[in-house]
Ligand binder design. Structure first.
Ligand code: SF4
Length: 460
């Protein structure tokens, strides 16, 4: 009963957040940067920030997450961190030899107003950036937005720095990935491969944060989009952005910079969002959808039809990031479930409209909210008022699940107490099969546990 003091009486709060459904911007910037091959993320701030960002990523991915820090002292906190960053760039290239350093700011360096554009230019002028190597940056003040905003800012910075238009058009499609797991990125590449569509996916953390154990430590694992691939995105024939909050700015930047048209889609979670992605990729790349993908879709529909009685009408509470919650809610509605309570700590002006378009006709009683006060505490209070049959969210949901005896599916970031999330996809039809299986397992395990002895069924 860890959350036994949570009551169902909701008091309007203006300034207080309890159990936020988000974390801080640089975490997302660091994760996105790891999706470039040979990249060392660099945190321009104090050591404590960098330790936190590295540790939360390491705990989620169960992989060592490398990053450097400007290691601010009291002096740099007052007079600025220019000297620290110049020294750091010099040291990093001579000791760790990355292809690229992706610098992100922190609350402290943003507050004192360090000008990262100017500092990086100075490092280049002073010859501290070797030929053929790169340093770029994203501003990620954590007192606005969330980890998702930081991810979006770093992805936009990749486009700004690398995408370059030459005189030769390439027969390839850019896919800008929102925040999904390494396995999801691998799944997107598998789908494109099946369709014989040539793509450049970025960022791409597959084979970086789910790299195989070989017995040999690789400081820069084999995965990640390469710098030549990133540069070539300026010559692609089309761009598909997956997850508007994470990728729309980057799509717009790429269009303005290199005149490449784009589609901004939801993450391909569930049936409709995957249909939309595959249709868009087929159109953009000028390729057919192969029978193998149509068969995968058919198998997904078959599982849903077979197990419909366990899904129908079940009330679901969920929390996480807007780009995940929107297609997930759409999928739950397609399963004939009732997503009744939904919160995200990430401020997102489009969230309520996107949710309303999915829920207003099918689940008019649903409550949803985005922003600072849309926290896990509020979600728990709603659940106290009227219970749910399933909870979906990151590890922090386990306290509610335990106290209220609700089947719990872990999905989102961070997941600190289980494995598998970075190895089994949730996107595409295959990912939707994984997801619906997890949902059914959670619901049916509870039935098996609690049903009276004389009603235990062997065949369900
Ligand atoms: S919220 Fe700000 S101070 Fe705290 S860890 Fe993140 S960047 Fe550092």
């Amino acid at each position: 009963m860890l959350l036994r003091h949570t009551t169902d009486k909701i008091i309007e709060r203006e300034a207080l957040t309890v159990n936020p459904a988000k974390t801080c911007q640089p975490v997302g910037a660091m994760y996105a940067a790891l999706g470039i091959h040979g990249c060392l993320p660099h945190s321009h701030g104090s050591q404590g920030c960098c330790s936190y960002h590295r540790s939360v990523l390491t705990r989620h991915y169960k992989e060592p997450v490398m990053a450097a820090t400007s290691s601010f002292t009291e002096g740099s906190s007052v007079f600025g961190g220019q000297a620290n960053l110049l020294q750091a760039i010099n040291t990093i290239f001579s000791v760790y030899n990355p292809d690229v350093i992706a610098v992100h700011s922190t609350c402290l360096s943003e507050t004192i107003g360090d000008d990262l554009t100017q500092i990086i230019a100075k490092a280049k002028e002073e010859g501290n950036v070797p030929n053929g190597k790169y340093v770029f940056h994203a501003n990620t003040p954590s007192y606005v937005g969330s980890h998702v905003t930081g991810y979006a800012n770093m992805v936009t910075a990749m486009v700004k720095t690398f995408s370059m238009k030459s005189s030769t058009k390439k027969n390839q499609v850019n896919i800008i990935s929102g925040w999904i797991e390494p396995a999801d990125m691998r799944e997107i590449k598998r789908i494109a491969n099946q369709m014989m569509a040539k793509i450049v996916l970025f960022p791409d953390t597959s084979d970086v944060l789910d790299a195989p154990m070989t017995g040999k430590h690789e400081f820069y694992p084999k995965g990640g989009v390469t710098i030549p691939e990133l540069i070539s995105t300026g010559d692609s024939k089309f761009t598909i952005g997956l997850g508007p909050l994470c990728t729309l700015d980057a799509c717009i930047k790429l269009e303005n910079q290199c005149k490449i048209k784009f589609d901004s889609l939801e993450l391909p979670i569930g049936i409709q969002a995957t249909d939309a992605f595959i249709t868009a990729l087929s159109r953009a790349a000028g390729v057919q959808v192969p029978d193998s993908l149509t068969d995968e879709r058919g198998r997904l529909i078959d599982i849903i039809a077979d197990m419909q009685k366990y899904l129908y009408g079940k009330r679901v509470a969920l929390f996480g990031d807007p780009d995940t919650l929107v297609p997930l809610t759409e999928f739950l509605v397609a399963l004939d479930m009732k997503p009744v309570y939904i919160v995200t700590g990430t401020p997102d002006k489009t969230f309520e409209d996107r949710m309303a378009s999915i829920l207003s006709a099918k689940v008019p009683e649903a409550k949803y909210k985005a922003g600072e006060r849309a926290d896990i505490f509020l979600l728990h209070q709603w659940i106290k008022q009227q219970g749910v049959d399933l909870l979906i969210g990151n590890t922090y949901g386990k306290y509610i699940a335990r106290d209220e005896n609700i089947p719990f599916v872990r999905l989102g970031f961070p997941i600190l107490d289980r494995v598998g999330h970075s190895y089994f996809p949730m996107v595409g039809y295959a990912g939707a099969m994984n997801l619906v299986t997890k949902i059914l397992d959670a619901i049916m395990d509870k039935i098996d546990r609690e049903v009276p002895e004389e009603k235990v069924e062997l065949v369900m």
